[in-house]
Design a protein around this ligand. Structure first.
Ligand code: NAI
Length: 451
């Protein structure tokens, strides 16, 4: 559904009027296109504290292409060496003079270190970076995003920096992403499912990182799932598109358009995992995306057991069942990826959605628990995306006033698009993201809900 307010603020009179009235000022976000797959412009690499990261070569590979305007399109502040409050002042000193000049839809990425349990001064100031980043995200405006990456080693964060410093992360802001932390078995991946070809090699084509890989997307006939399937296919994957048999023609059309395979199947079937395993071309899988989801909203006092049961079954029980079945069946190659779909409702809670929020919070719990074990036992990472207000048929059906509130109550003052969730999924699914595990990444424009 068209966002008429966003169109209005894109015109000079509309901008004048809405500014005078003190209304939100969304700008049309710059997203990836075939003509402009990455940003072009200046990258500012700043440091606070004494850093030991070897960042320059990684930024040279993952940052914007040089050329274009003088104003920086991306700023990376390496604050991994900040260990006390004095060094924290260097964060202010580094960003204060430049933040105003960052281009529209530009990026600020702050790099932090994992919190040191043996040094409460280091832990305090590294945690301080989180409050700093989330606040700057709320005030920076003009479609610019601010994120924090906690990392141990620059190389392992390359795919994450490539994503955050590109137009693909247009609707991801105010996030804290840990790379190479708990449960990550180093760059080699390992695990009994490993065949040594799944982890970052540094040789894959950044435009086709999933070439030669097979992905399965549930709920692929429409909405976010269709965008995920299309984005993974763009990145080179052979995509198996799963949806309910009733989705029939739409599902076939999506699969045909993407050169993939249609798999009409209700994901709640007890034997869904086995049937997926049977349907996989070559019997092998690299990327499993749990996207299928339903809502059956009612306040708890009015909610019949059937509404509770169906939502928990589609959104959570089937995710648990099929993940277990496919890990157990040994279909994953080394470097496998599971990306589940949570929701900010599951993080913040939402009136009328006790069933839905329970199911989506359950997805978060699944990710946190399974991620370290899946990596060490199967060489598979497990992460989740948590969308906020995304412009789909589902949100178009929301009453006008609530829809407008949902759109504006985030730092970018607009709804996201299915492609924003898809791009985030594609980053987590890429072979280079082996050091990103157990993360729940919100794709919500830094929504105020659950912030
Ligand atoms: P949608 O309703 O447009 O698409 C969901 C797809 O899943 C449909 O094609 C449907 O047929 C399929 N599906 C439902 N039950 C199934 C089953 N038992 N077996 C196989 N396929 C089944 O939904 P949308 O908006 O694209 O959402 C996709 C995911 O994103 C869902 O998990 C949803 O909860 C989540 N999400 C969406 C948000 C939004 O703003 N649209 C916000 C937060 C999360």
């Amino acid at each position: 559904m068209a966002d008429r307010y966003l169109s209005l603020t894109g015109t000079a009179p509309g901008r004048f009027l809405t500014r005078r009235l003190g209304l939100p000022q969304p700008v049309r976000l710059r997203r990836r296109s075939a003509e402009q797959p990455s940003f072009q412009g200046q990258l500012l690499h700043l440091t606070a504290g004494k850093s030991e990261l070897d960042l320059a070569p990684v930024l040279a590979r993952s940052g914007p292409r040089s050329g274009g305007a003088q104003e920086p399109v991306a700023v990376v502040l390496d604050a991994t060496g900040v260990r006390d409050v004095d060094a924290l002042a260097e964060v202010h000193a580094a960003l204060h003079p430049v933040v105003r000049s960052v281009a529209e839809s530009g990026r600020v990425v702050v790099l932090g270190a994992p919190l040191d349990p043996a040094d409460h001064h280091q832990a305090a100031v590294q945690q301080a970076l989180e409050g700093f980043v989330r606040s700057l995200g709320k005030e920076i405006g003009r479609g610019r995003t601010v994120n924090l990456v906690r990392l141990l080693e620059a190389g392992a964060a390359e795919s994450t920096l490539r994503f955050l410093l590109s137009p693909r992360s247009a609707y991801v802001s105010g996030q804290v992403i840990e790379v190479g932390g708990h449960g990550v078995a180093g760059r080699g991946g390992g695990g009994k499912g490993g065949d040594g070809r799944g982890e970052p090699t540094g040789t894959e084509d950044p435009e086709k990182p999933l070439a030669g890989r097979t992905a399965l997307v549930t709920g692929a006939a429409r909405g976010i799932g269709e965008a995920v399937a299309a984005t993974l296919a763009r990145d080179g994957a052979l995509v198996v598109c799963l949806d309910v048999p009733a989705a029939g023609g739409d599902l076939t059309a999506v699969a045909e358009r993407l050169g993939g395979v249609a798999l009409p199947l209700d994901i709640t079937a007890e034997d869904a995992g086995a049937r997926i395993a049977d349907a996989l071309p070559g019997g092998r899988l690299d990327v499993l995306v749990h996207n299928a989801g339903i809502t059956r909203d009612r306040r708890l006092v009015n909610m019949a057991a059937e509404r509770w049961g169906s939502v928990l079954d589609v959104n959570l029980a089937s995710v648990l069942r099929t993940t277990d079945a496919l890990l157990g069946a040994g279909v994953f190659r080394g470097g496998g990826r599971v990306v589940a779909t949570a929701s900010i409702s599951g993080i913040a809670g939402n009136a009328g959605q006790t069933n839905y929020a329970a199911s989506k919070a359950g997805v978060v719990g699944l990710v946190r628990s399974l991620a370290p074990r899946a990596l060490s036992e199967y060489g598979v990472t497990v992460n989740a995306v948590a969308p906020g207000f995304i412009e789909t048929k589902m949100t178009a059906a929301v009453p006008l006033f609530i829809r407008e509130a949902g759109r504006r109550m985030n730092s970018l003052a607009q709804g996201g698009l299915p492609v924003d969730v898809a791009e985030t999924t594609a980053w987590l699914a890429s072979p280079g993201s082996g050091a990103v595990n157990g993360q729940v990444v919100r794709v919500c424009g830094q929504s105020l809900l659950g912030a």
